[in-house]
Design a protein around this ligand. Structure first.
Ligand code: CMC
Length: 431
């Protein structure tokens, strides 16, 4: 029995309305306003949806106060020791950990679908060599719909799994091909003998006469990078995927739209901004102290990239893990990167500065991920692409959750209109 009320009372113009309060298994309760306009003739105003739960979801739980992130109930820290991105992808999409047989079957499906249709491959030749890889990724994921039209309407489990496997497998090939084109290097075909991340590294970095040698520590680190990005409940790109999917758009179109949202520097594009910021400090363009000053200056649009989060008011648990992995990988590769030292210094300055302390701004996932990807060999313009590869299972899982929900309705928010009242049309010579 709960002593908490399950109703909220709203009084408008002296009239009383009772609104149900709903609760999930964890997290804050939510006032259900779905019938508010119908009953009271008013809407609610929440422009960036910062205080609006847009769905019920069983996939990911975040406690931003405590810095907790769980996939299907499992804390992300538990994936660190034996990181297997394919297993986590299956967990997110299908709701439980796969048994050995299911994991093998899904891995085989990924292997069977790693090639791109020759028609799709030919499209790379028409794209400008210096095209942004995120634009290529979004366009090519959408174009998968041209070559896999049997999945434009998915109504059964088997088709869904087949479509998910195509996306998760081909995204690596698309990403690697865009990089190879950028470098003027020949495309390297996937190697079916290699595991998911090793195969991606092979397509990125092998050359025809020399196979890239995958170090276990690097393979683990990449698995972990992908796992830590794999889902993050209702963030901007995932919400985009759900909104597009709510119109019954296909899974390729919905994921392509999510890539576009992710590209923004306030979202997945922040990992690029972080490294560019660190490079600027390293090159003497500004000092770490100036960087902090600029981030605090409200007349300057500059932000301390890789810091702050809509939900976390504590250290982002993903950043905590990535910081440790950075140390491990740098030690293994016997690498030194001055950017890592600058990042540590910036973090120290920010975490002892009243501006950041008062606002509870901590490093987020993007603060250390770029430095790690750079150590593995990824160029800066591929960082957000790597984020997208990691996030793809999350988008697919969230798309599916909504797709199979019998109560799914098209997402169609309202607005507070602030334009002109009814105005007369003026013919052109009277204006
Ligand atoms: N640098 C300077 N000031 C900041 C920063 C920052 N990185 N982040 C937040 N603030 C300020 C913000 O200006 C506001 O100040 P005031 O109260 O004086 O108006 C205050 O802190 C509270 O901001 P908020 O409401 O928590 O921020 P938000 O929820 O609107 O935005 C954010 C969240 C992630 C877009 C923002 O923190 C930001 O721009 N960070 C830098 C970009 C970044 O690292 N993005 C990656 C996010 S994590 C991965 C992902 O989701 O893609």
């Amino acid at each position: 029995m709960s002593d908490k009320s399950d109703k909220a009372v709203l009084i408008i113009d002296g009239k009383r309305y009772e609104l149900p309060i709903i609760a999930g298994t964890e997290g804050p309760r939510a006032i259900d306003i779905t019938r508010l306009y119908e009953t009271a003739g008013v809407t609610t105003f929440d422009p960036s949806l910062a205080n609006t739960a847009v769905c019920r979801s069983e996939i990911t739980f975040i406690d931003g106060e405590q810095g907790i992130l769980r996939y299907r109930g499992i804390p992300i820290e538990q994936f660190v020791d034996k990181p297997n991105f394919v297993e986590v992808a299956w967990l997110l999409i299908f709701g439980r950990l796969p048994n050995r047989e299911e994991l093998t079957r899904f891995s085989e499906l990924l292997t069977a679908n790693e090639l791109l249709h020759e028609g799709l491959k030919a499209q790379f030749q028409q794209i400008p060599v210096d095209a942004p890889p995120m634009a290529i990724l979004s366009a090519t994921l959408n174009n998968l719909a041209c070559y896999h039209q049997q999945f434009l309407s998915i109504e059964d489990e088997e088709s869904f799994e087949a479509a998910a496997a195509r996306l998760i497998s081909k995204v690596r090939t698309i990403a690697a091909f865009s990089y190879r084109r950028f470098c003027g290097l020949p495309f390297i075909y996937p190697d079916p003998k290699l595991r998911y991340c090793a195969n991606f590294l092979h397509m990125m970095f092998s050359i025809p006469y020399q196979q890239y040698v995958v170090t276990p520590e690097v393979e683990d680190a990449l698995n972990l990078v992908f796992i830590l990005h794999a889902d993050h409940e209702q963030n901007c790109s995932t919400t985009t995927a759900r909104i597009v999917g709510s119109a019954r758009a296909n899974v390729f179109a919905s994921c392509a739209a999510a890539v576009c949202a992710l590209w923004g520097p306030l979202h997945g594009g922040a990992n690029v901004e972080v490294v560019e910021m660190l490079e600027r400090i390293h090159a003497g363009g500004m000092t770490a102290e100036e960087c902090i000053r600029m981030a605090k200056d409200k007349t300057n649009p500059f932000r301390l990239y890789g810091f702050g989060h809509r939900i976390y008011r504590n250290y982002d648990p993903r950043a905590k893990i990535l910081k440790e992995v950075c140390d491990r990988v740098f030690a293994k590769l016997q690498r030194k990167d001055p950017l890592l030292d600058i990042a540590r210094k910036l973090e120290e300055l920010a975490l002892s500065d009243p501006y950041f302390i008062e606002r509870r701004l901590y490093p987020n996932v993007d603060f250390y991920s770029g430095i790690l990807l750079r150590a593995i060999g990824f160029p800066t313009n591929m960082f957000t692409v790597c984020f997208a590869i990691g996030r793809l299972p999350g988008w697919i899982a969230q798309w599916r959750e909504q797709h199979i929900d019998p109560n799914n309705r098209i997402v169609r928010p309202r607005q507070v209109y602030t334009g002109l009242p009814e105005t007369k049309y003026l013919p052109i010579d009277q204006r």
